[in-house]
Design a protein. Structure first.
Length: 161
């Protein structure tokens, strides 16, 4: 892990695998940035398509991109905020991410796009907001943006206000 142990964040090169561009043009697909070998498996049990597996309870999630429907249940249930959906629709990049801060941005709001370090890397629009329910603590927010290259880097957002 390039800077994870020293600074507390991953870099794009640390992510084990990304789905192909062809695949994420069809529909969003989950990406795991979980590197903690701890007893945790809500992502596995929440996936009705068996797209996420682990070798033992302390394993790291492995994504079968072919099986992933892009439903996002795993994004909302992951206590480590380590799962994201990435996709491309037309000429727009899409990232669906867990969000635990207040206020929660609303659909249509313009936001800053942040990388893993919290650095602003662009601006986007909130396309969808799913507010937390009793089983989750995170809102799940989908943002769209013009630079599709950012799908591998956008991991948080901040209001323009």
């Amino acid at each position: 892990m390039s800077n994870y142990l020293k600074y507390g964040y991953l870099e794009v090169k640390d992510v084990v695998s990304f789905p192909s561009l062809k695949m994420i043009t069809k529909h969003p697909v989950v990406v795991s940035e979980c590197i903690q070998e701890i007893p945790c498996n809500p992502c596995v049990t929440s996936c009705q398509f068996q797209a996420i597996s682990m070798e033992g309870i302390n394993g790291i999630p492995v994504i079968n991109f072919e099986k992933c429907s892009g439903c996002g249940k795993c994004v909302s249930i992951c206590p480590g905020l380590a799962l994201f959906l990435i996709g491309i629709k037309g000429k727009k990049g899409l990232v669906t991410l867990p969000f635990e801060m207040l206020p929660v941005p609303l659909k249509g709001e313009k936001v800053y796009l942040l990388d893993r370090k919290g650095k602003e890397i662009g601006q986007g629009d909130v396309l969808r907001v799913i507010f937390p329910d009793k089983s989750t603590k995170s809102a799940v927010i989908t943002v769209s943006f013009d630079n599709i290259e950012l799908i591998k880097s956008v991991r948080n957002i901040r209001s323009l206000k």
